[in-house]
Every structure is written in structure tokens, then in C-alpha cells.
Design a protein around this ligand. Structure first.
Ligand code: AHR
Length: 504
């Protein structure tokens, strides 16, 4: 099978905001306690944070991490998590029916983020709380001193403000499962007023309003329009969330699911533009895809989980090779829409539907999905190029016209490279990829890395990382034409250097 791409230096889709390679840590399952934080573990530092986990997170080069939820944030009192640890209360977390000890709060998490080389994207509680708690938290985190909450922070031993720039106005407020779920008008009004006082407290912050929890919500579309009519001038991003699964065990259909993500983005952007026109605004609304991943393996196992204990193992999906392909297709979709999507968070980062897993007292290891994420984060920086894909297509149970070849291309001006990310969705045939590189000559082939496994259900485990990327031979660039062979059911990164530098 063949597939063709046509790339031109002058045809750029958009500048990639590095924050599309963000992730997420929620007070949920073993993400925080027995995940990033495990005092007594041989790899734990003096604060109790696991150094082996930090190392793997650093390798992923995640620019932002959303915190502390998720559903958790809608019942969270941030004040419980600051001040002397021994005085912090144990609370019932009604989102996940667990006990929350509050040993980790905003100051500890900001410290973890600093050690992990990332920035915090903070969510405020617009479920049980409102504008007042939200603006107090901004003051606590970002105001230098001389006021009630900034001095409270200083009295807690944190002299310098955290300077948190990106804030979520609640989480999934359209979902009936949410603590204090609201109608679109109720949420829109609350979000607008919270946004005003938060920005008055710190005008440098950026805000994300809640869009729909997923595109299959009955209120999708109407929710976005109503919320934005209340908030358009006060916020900077609209959020999108999506999780995909393969409960039917229909791999060709599963591999097509990223088409749904693409159409979700385009529809949400269209609604933003509708509200822009309706309100005669000059402002462009951007998108924050702040939860996305594959999530379905843990479903049945979690149904019987014990309630009211701390950090039970929950949402611990063990990812297969095919899940890594879907994550790869989702990353390609984010890159292709980087003119509109400026923030995105792989949900989540450690133990909970995560690329990084840990064993209590034992090792930390990389799931299959770690690899496409790391590759995109490492090499997908710069400008996304228009990347028309010429490929045969197939139909599946739910989708029509799925291209066998999924691809995006990035021009990294700083590194002097063009990088192509590509998935061959065909389960049994190689795909001969040919790409025309116009306006980039002279250029030379650097290398082709691929992730694949003859067993599409192969998984990694501690000490046995079966699914790992490997360098491929046979690729070439001649006269501005790239040729590589993509193995069946594979994720691929192909790098081309511009200019003559390094030519033997
Ligand atoms: O990421 C897991 C959960 O999924 C989050 O808490 C919630 O926002 C979403 O429904």
C-alpha cells in the first residue's frame, strides 16, 4: 500500500504552542499518594517525591500539568491543603468516594512541578465553591505579599509567589456526575463572575471555561454557545475532553476514533466563532483540550472498588500496542489543529490512565502510550505544516473513509528539521510513504523511528517493556523526495535535516 504527503515551507498551518504537550495529575487513585509521592520509597527525595517518577516525567518534557482535578476539584477546599501538615483535615472526597488526607496541597504540588521541570495549570472549584474561594486562591498563589492570603502563603514558608498563569474555571460542569453540576446558564454566569475577580486579582493569568465533557453529551453545542455568550470577553480558552475505548474489540474501528476528535475540535471552534460573530467581538477564542486519552480497560475492575480508603488503585489502565496507535493518532490530530488548540493535557500522567506506572516500594515504568507522547513532545515543536494526506481509505462500524495513513508534519526552525509523525493503520500491510518536501532543499534524511509489535495487544509491565521504539533502516531523501516504509500497525517519526550541515 502507498501513501503520499505534500509539504511546502510556505504552507504553514500554525505555530505549535508547547503547552499542547501538557498532562494532568488529579487527587485520584494512586496519582498523587503512592504515585508521585511515596515517602519511604528508596527513590524518594527529602520531600517524599519519587525521583524515578520525576525522571520519567522529565523525559516526557511536559510543559504544564493540570491540578488538582478533574471531578475531585468540584468538592475541594484548597485551604485544607495548606499550612502545617499535621493540622490538615482528612476529608471525604465525594467525587471518587475516597479519603483525602490533604498531605499534598498547592504548595507541595508546585514544588513537585518545579522538580519535574513543568508548570502548574490550576483548576478552581466552581462546584461547591465559587468566585470568592477562586480569587482567594489566586491571591494565595500569585500575589507577592502584604495581603491576607499572600501573607498566609508566606507564613506557610513560601516566600515567593508561585506565579501560576493558566487556570481552569471548574471541571466538566455539564456532567450530571459532577459535584454541584450546573445548567449552562448557571455555570456561564458563575464562570464569568469568577473570571472577573480572578483577573482583577492577577491580570496576567489566562482562563479556561468548561466546554462539554465530550462530544456525545446531549447538550454538546448548546452548552458551548450558552457558556460562551456569558464568558466570551472574560476567558481565553474553551475546554474539550475526550476518552476513547475499544470495548467491542474492533481494532479497525478503534483506530478510526481520532476522526471523531478532529470533528469535535472543528465543531467547537465553529461554535466559538459563532459566539464571536454574535457578540461582535474582535477576540479569537482558542481551545484547551485539557483531558484526552484512551480509557476503558479499568472499567469493570473499578466497579467493585472499596470506598473510603486512601488512594485505592483506580483507573489503572494497562495500555496495549493498539492503544499507543490511537494515542499517536490523537497527537497527530492535536498537531494538525494547532492553529486553534493551544493547550492540551494527556489525562493523566502517573498510575491513573497514565503513561508512567509505579509499584509501591518498587520500580516506575513506561506504558506503551509513553512513546508516542514522548516523541511528539520531543520532536513536535515549531510550526505545523499543512499536511494533505493522499491515502486509500476504509470504512469501519462507526466511521466512513478512514485513511490508512494518518500523518502530521512539523517544521522546527530552531533545530533546522522537518519531522513527520505517521501512523499506518493497516494491520497486516506495510505502507510505502512518499513525501514531497518543497522549499526545503537541500535536505537530508536523519532517521526513522518506529513503534510496533506483531502482537497488537502487547503490553508493557515493570521490568518487561515489550513495546519500545526502534530505529528503522531503508529511509531516504533524494531530490526533495522522502521515501520510508511504515510497518503494519505502527507509529513512526521521520526526521529530515535542512541544509548541508553534517553531510558526509
Ligand atoms: O481523568 C479522569 C476523570 O475524567 C476526570 O476526573 C474527569 O474530569 C473526567 O470525567
Amino acid at each position: 500500500m502507498k501513501g503520499r504527503l505534500t509539504l511546502h515551507r510556505d504552507f504553514a498551518k500554525g505555530r505549535i504552542d508547547r503547552r499542547i504537550y501538557g498532562s494532568f495529575i488529579e487527587h485520584l487513585g494512586r496519582a498523587v499518594y503512592r504515585g508521585i509521592y511515596e515517602p519511604g520509597h528508596p527513590e524518594a527525595d527529602e520531600t517524599g517525591f519519587r525521583g524515578d517518577v520525576i525522571k520519567l516525567v522529565r523525559e516526557l518534557d511536559v510543559p504544564i500539568v493540570r491540578y488538582p482535578g478533574g471531578n475531585f476539584v468540584s468538592g475541594y477546599d484548597w485551604e485544607d491543603g495548606v499550612g502545617p501538615v499535621e493540622k490538615r483535615p482528612v476529608r471525604m472526597d465525594l467525587a471518587w468516594m475516597t479519603l483525602e488526607s490533604n498531605r499534598i496541597g498547592v504548595n507541595e504540588f508546585a514544588e513537585w512541578a518545579r522538580r519535574a521541570g513543568t508548570d502548574v495549570m490550576m483548576a478552581v472549584n466552581l462546584g461547591t465553591r465559587g468566585a470568592d474561594a477562586a480569587r482567594n486562591l489566586v491571591e494565595y498563589c500569585n500575589f507577592p505579599g502584604g495581603t491576607k492570603y499572600s501573607d498566609l502563603r508566606r507564613s506557610h514558608g513560601v516566600e515567593k509567589p508561585h506565579g501560576i498563569k493558566l487556570w481552569c474555571l471548574g471541571n466538566e460542569m455539564d456532567g450530571p456526575w459532577q459535584i454541584c453540576h450546573r445548567t449552562a446558564d448557571e455555570y456561564g454566569r458563575l464562570a464569568a463572575e469568577a473570571a472577573k475577580v480572578m483577573k482583577w486579582t492577577d491580570p496576567s493569568i489566562e482562563l479556561v471555561a468548561c466546554g462539554s465533557s465530550n462530544a456525545r453529551m446531549p447538550s454538546f453545542g448548546a452548552w458551548e454557545a450558552a457558556v460562551l455568550e456569558h464568558t466570551y470577553e472574560h476567558v481565553d480558552y474553551l475546554s474539550l475532553h475526550i476518552y476513547f475505548g475499544n470495548r467491542e474489540n474492533d481494532t479497525p474501528n478503534f483506530l478510526g476514533r481520532s476522526l471523531e476528535m478532529d470533528s469535535f475540535i472543528k465543531t467547537a471552534a465553529g461554535i466559538c466563532d459563532y459566539v464571536k460573530a454574535k457578540t461582535h467581538s474582535k477576540k479569537e477564542m482558542y481551545l484547551s483540550f485539557d483531558e484526552w486519552n484512551v480509557w476503558f480497560h479499568s472499567g469493570e475492575k473499578d466497579a467493585g472498588i472499596e470506598k473510603w480508603i486512601e488512594s485505592p488503585p483506580r483507573l489503572e489502565d494497562i495500555y496495549t500496542m493498539e492503544d499507543a496507535l490511537v494515542v499517536g493518532c490523537m497527537l497527530i490530530t492535536l498537531i494538525k489543529n494547532s492553529d486553534r488548540v493551544k493547550v492540551a493535557c494527556l489525562a493523566q500522567l502517573v498510575n491513573v490512565i497514565a503513561p508512567v506506572m509505579t509499584e509501591p516500594g518498587g520500580p516506575a515504568w513506561r506504558q506503551t502510550i509513553y512513546w508516542p507522547f514522548k516523541h511528539a513532545s520531543q520532536w513536535g515543536r515549531g510550526t505545523a505544516l499543512e499536511c494533505p494526506v493522499n491515502s486509500e481509505r476504509y470504512d469501519s462500524a462507526e466511521y466512513g473513509g478512514i485513511p490508512w495513513l494518518e500523518a502530521a508534519a512539523v517544521y522546527n526552525e530552531e533545530a533546522g528539521e522537518v519531522v513527520i509523525f505517521a501512523v499506518n493503520r493497516h494491520l497486516s500491510e506495510d505502507l510505502e510513504l512518499e513525501a514531497g518536501l518543497f522549499g526545503f532543499e537541500p535536505c537530508r534524511f536523519i532517521g526513522h523511528t518506529a513503534l510496533f509489535n506483531p502482537d497488537i495487544k502487547a503490553v508493557n509491565s515493570a521490568g518487561d517493556e515489550k513495546v519500545r521504539p526502534a530505529l528503522q533502516s531503508g529511509g531516504s531523501v533524494e531530490d526533495g523526495k522522502l521515501r520510508v516504509l511504515l510497518p503494519p500497525a505502527s507509529w513512526n517519526v521521520i526526521r529530515v535535516a535542512l541544509g548541508d550541515a553534517g553531510r558526509p
